[in-house]
Design a protein around this ligand. Sequence first.
Ligand code: UT7
Length: 369
Amino acid sequence: MPVHIVGWGKYVPERILTNDDLSRMVDTSDEWIVSRTGIRERRVASAEETTASMAVQAARRALEVAGLRPAQVELIIVATMTPDYVFPSTACLVQDALGASHAAAFDIGAGCSGFVYGLSVASNMIRSGAYANALVIGSETMSRVLDWTDRETCVLFGDGAGAVLLQAKDIEGGVLASMLGADGSGSEVLFIPAGGSRLPTSSETVAERLHYVTMKGREVYRFAVHAVPDATRSVLERAGQDVADVDMIIPHQANQRIMDASAKVLGISVDKIYSNLSAYGNTSAASIPIALCEAVERGLIQRDHLIVCVGFGGGLTWAAAAIRWTVRLPSEPISGWEALWYRVQYRYASFRSSMRRLLRAILAWWIKE
Ligand code: UT7
């Protein structure tokens, strides 16, 4: 059965950090950031917001577009490199907050390619018949892992979340093909050195600022300008389609120069490469679903369009998915009654979670007694 995107949603924090704001924090300028990257501003999460809380906001919107109840969701995959905890997975926190009481949940760690990895895994699990639907979410709180004194990294990234709901539907099209790639020899080109089993957290690792993103920018750049066109061509070949037939490419939003160079190599107009980098910066695994959601909302993706989502990032990893969009496109906003019904379900999810925690505490106390 073909697998289609039937719901989509995004969430970005309210707080905007401009290039001028950054120039007051580190030795940089709006001119340098815009000319080298294309980024003008990015969003930064508030103290209360986390990767899971933003993922939940995006997922709720995707469910509402799809008209699916949280309890009907069968699988939740969260792609992130900034999880709420080392464990449990952020996906489990999302499952609980959504009230997706029948869903399996796990995270995918594939750097900025994570969302496309998740899309591929979920669509193949649905195609196998094991699941009828899946929420695939990319969510990142990059602001919590950036060294705000390092101008080479802190100007690049931002926070946010995007989600899609995948469903098996007896309609031609949908996710036609996907391809995934990895090269771990480049693991130290873009990484957070400490906080894992290799370099556990200690006062030394904190003093040496090893819990922040470290990047060899030029190396990532050189890798990316090949990875994006190669992955795009490869997935189109698997889907039996041609580059000339592509209506829109939704690439990982890292650098406008990478997107322009990719358009040139692929021989397509740069207008076919969706970019919202200037407004959000690089939101890692969240960048593709946020961009996809925006492109749909702006009417740039139409019925029967062929689109390619293509990511690259830490690992090193790369991934692409070719999608023929044949299902319904932006529906009417949900009615007041429907919105109220969803709010009731979200309240119930929170009540259910509190009751389960209470029951667990009572059982623990009773067994001890
Ligand atoms: O999700 C994947 C994540 N990463 C990426 O996609 C990153 C890919 N790489 C890039 O986007 C680019 O390599 C960067 C934007 C990171 C850097 O651009 P670049 O044109 O490769 O600059 P560079 O690293 O070669 O640095 C040029 C100069 C250096 O000064 P010197 O040595 O020439 O005097 C840097 O120190 O620019 C300096 N520089 C800055 N100056 C002002 C580096 N960062 C800044 C800054 N403001 N923020």
